[in-house]
Design a protein around this ligand. Sequence first.
Ligand SMILES: C[S@@+](CC[C@H](N)C(=O)[O-])C[C@H]1O[C@@H](n2cnc3c(N)ncnc32)[C@H](O)[C@@H]1O
Length: 211
Amino acid sequence: MITVVGIGPGAAANQTLAALAAIRQAEVLVGGTRHLAEFPHFRGETRRLNADMAGLMQWLEQNQPRQIVVLASGDPLFYGIGKRITEHFSGLCAGGGKQNIRIISGISSIQYLCARILLDMNDIYLTSSHGRRPDFGWLLQHEKIAMVTDEVIGPYQIAQEIVARGQRRRMVIGENLSQEHEQIICLNAEQVVQRGDSHYGLNVVVILNER
Ligand SMILES: C[S@@+](CC[C@H](N)C(=O)[O-])C[C@H]1O[C@@H](n2cnc3c(N)ncnc32)[C@H](O)[C@@H]1O
């Protein structure tokens, strides 16, 4: 059985009981260095995730009878490894089903940030610039946007796109959410551009119309 477990934004307090139970029962724990470090007391086998997704899929296929838990940050099906794994295995099980795959949802970094800033998630457009370039022309037609980012397209680059379109927007930048150096700042896009491409920790960005 392959269980993809969402471990939330980082802090143990944000992990679900279902996630912890699955991890306790795992024979093998698969995850990035940061994720595996969250479970120092795990006594089974561990396998470190790297960029070789094809290699991981092959290994999962060969080892599916074992109790494998793949760790994912936030929620596995929100721009996470859950999509890749469910897509890969959908054709392999008898009847095209996904009987041998289980997903345990987690608190997404976006959900966590919205809760911290008391922002309802109704009508919010959720997306990602993590390893991809969004179509900003289309994206910035939305009133309320939340996105996970990466080091290539982060707060500064997003602010530049907003300013280049002459839009007046507020940006909420949530860094290292739920972790020791958590920081949440609220600035308008011009201010983010003025700060320059300064270093941001792991972050998500919420974009709102200025009022
Ligand atoms: C591959 S995406 C995974 C998103 C994840 N599945 C989720 O639901 O939050 C990785 C991105 O999520 C965001 N992220 C994950 N954990 C975070 C945290 N603790 N603080 C801020 N951003 C975080 C960052 O934008 C990071 O680059």
